[in-house]
Design a protein around this ligand. Structure first.
Ligand code: 5GP
Length: 346
């Protein structure tokens, strides 16, 4: 046993210090970034926010809405090949630029990715997602996928430490998904005691990735637009959102009404709800590591996106970053013992 004593931080532990700025208006801030990826050598340009590959977030409807703002959607992995075909028949080429095909690492998964990718040569992102990115089997799957698809952009995760970011990049991944335990409907920290405060995970993993010219996604833990800004400030190349994008028209599922208020169901991908839906229940040897909640119905997702993008633009003006790309260089975090004033918060 060993203890590391240097303190690791989450979003709630810091604020961004304002800096002298020459920007006159938030409208001057450019949120689009262009990336060239390490192994595929592909390029991508857009607003680097991603809808999470969860049942009620990474939907085709979400992709149709978000792509109009050049925001990305990691499509959840449970759509059938036929559903993908139907989506691709309707979607023009530009929408496909903003979606990833998600997959696990099971025996049938490689076959299914191939069938989906065969539907359109424009599909360029594969998101290989497992709860625990530290397993050798996962690394082998990333290597095989890279061999099969030399030109596709491979996203792989989740991990939270620099050495594993390096291993996955050297195994063929382009973008590493970072986050274990911070998610809004995640109970991994409760069930296992495992995790890593998200802000420190981003800082450390970005440092490791950028040293090799790789990229990272900060995945999980953003509850408000300010957290998204902090994730970018900490050097995340992309920020993935689950809970903040749940509860909208585009999230799928039914609206339920209780005492005159409207709600939508949202659940973790390792929750009992998800396992019952997709694999016939929670296997005997495991525990559910996700919650099922009802979130207030929020209407159209583009309103929420505008709120998030407006917040980040404002962050950029507070620190004098004309482009989102410059935000991390202009970020100084201060350690704090307080956040917002909650006197009028319910
Ligand atoms: P959020 O933005 O809601 O805080 O976090 C979204 C992320 O939580 C997802 O992208 C995924 O990495 C993670 N997540 C989703 N479902 C589960 C789950 O059931 N268990 C755990 N441990 N993490 C989950």
């Amino acid at each position: 046993m060993r203890i590391e004593y240097d303190i690791k931080l989450g979003f709630k532990d810091v604020m961004i210090r304002p800096k002298r700025s020459t920007l006159k208006s938030r409208s001057q801030v450019d949120l689009e970034i262009e990336y060239k990826f390490l192994n595929s050598k592909a390029t991508w340009k857009g607003v680097p926010i991603m809808a999470a590959n969860m049942d009620t977030v990474g939907t085709f409807e979400m992709a149709l809405a978000l792509s109009s703002k050049k925001v990305f959607t990691a499509i959840q992995k449970h759509y059938t090949v036929a559903q993908w075909r139907e989506f691709l028949e309707k979607a023009p080429k530009e929408i496909v630029e903003y979606v990833a095909v998600s997959t696990g690492t099971g025996p049938k998964d490689a076959e299914k990715i191939k069938e989906i990718l065969d539907l359109s040569k424009h599909l360029k992102f594969i998101c290989i997602d497992v709860a625990n990115g530290y397993s050798e089997h996962f690394v082998d799957f990333v290597k095989q996928t890279r061999q099969t698809y030399p030109d596709k952009v491979i996203i792989a995760g989740n991990v939270v430490t620099g050495e594993m970011v390096e291993e996955l990049l050297l195994s063929g991944a382009d973008i590493i998904k970072v986050g274990i335990g911070p998610g809004s409907v995640c109970t991994t920290r409760v069930k296992t005691g495992v995790g890593y405060p998200q802000l420190s995970a981003i800082i450390e993993c970005a440092d490791a990735a950028h040293g090799l010219k790789g990229h990272i996604i900060s995945d999980g833990g953003c509850a408000i637009p300010g957290d998204v800004a902090k994730a970018f400030g900490a050097a995340a190349d992309f920020v993935m959102l689950g809970g903040m994008l749940a509860g909208h028209d585009e999230s799928g599922g039914e609206i339920v009404e209780k005492d005159g208020e409207k709600f939508k169901q949202f659940y973790g991908m390792s929750s009992t709800t998800a396992m019952e839906k997709h694999v016939g229940g929670v296997a005997e040897y495991r525990a559910s590591e996700g919650k099922t909640v009802e979130v207030p119905y929020k209407g159209k997702v583009l309103q929420t996106i505008q709120d998030i993008l407006g917040g980040i633009r404002s962050t950029c003006t507070y620190v004098g970053a004309q482009r989102l790309k410059e935000l991390t260089k202009r970020t100084t975090f201060i350690r704090v013992a307080e956040q917002e004033n909650r006197i009028y918060t319910k």
